[in-house]
Design a protein around this ligand. Structure first.
Ligand code: FES
Length: 105
């Protein structure tokens, strides 16, 4: 299963999804620029912010309460924003597309 990360300037990086990882881990393992994951996946830094393609939002779900606290501080927050460290990937997400914000916090 593949996921596409689209940077703010329109560059696309694809990576394969490994079940059991978070989407942040997939991005950092594949050196996708724009996903830092500074806190290691604790929903505490906001450097793993992604904006889920609205077509996928229902399938991958919306942000939970811990994410909301971080996202609420983010000026680039959009309705389908997620912290990718809080997204446990599954094979059914093949073809998922997420956008990256212009700036990570
Ligand atoms: Fe820090 Fe996701 S890695 S909030």
């Amino acid at each position: 299963a593949m996921v596409s990360f689209v940077s703010h300037d329109g560059e696309t990086h694809t990576a394969s999804l490994d079940e059991g990882q978070s989407l942040m881990q997939v991005a950092t393992n594949n050196a996708v620029p724009g996903v830092d994951g500074d806190c290691g996946g604790e929903a505490a830094c906001g450097t793993c912010h992604v904006i889920v393609d609205p077509q996928w939002s229902e399938r991958v779900g919306l942000s939970g309460p811990d994410e909301e606290q971080m996202l609420a501080m983010n000026p680039e927050r959009e309705p389908t924003s997620r912290l990718s460290c809080q997204m446990a990937v599954c094979d059914a997400w093949d073809g998922l597309t997420v956008r990256l914000p212009e700036f990570q916090m």
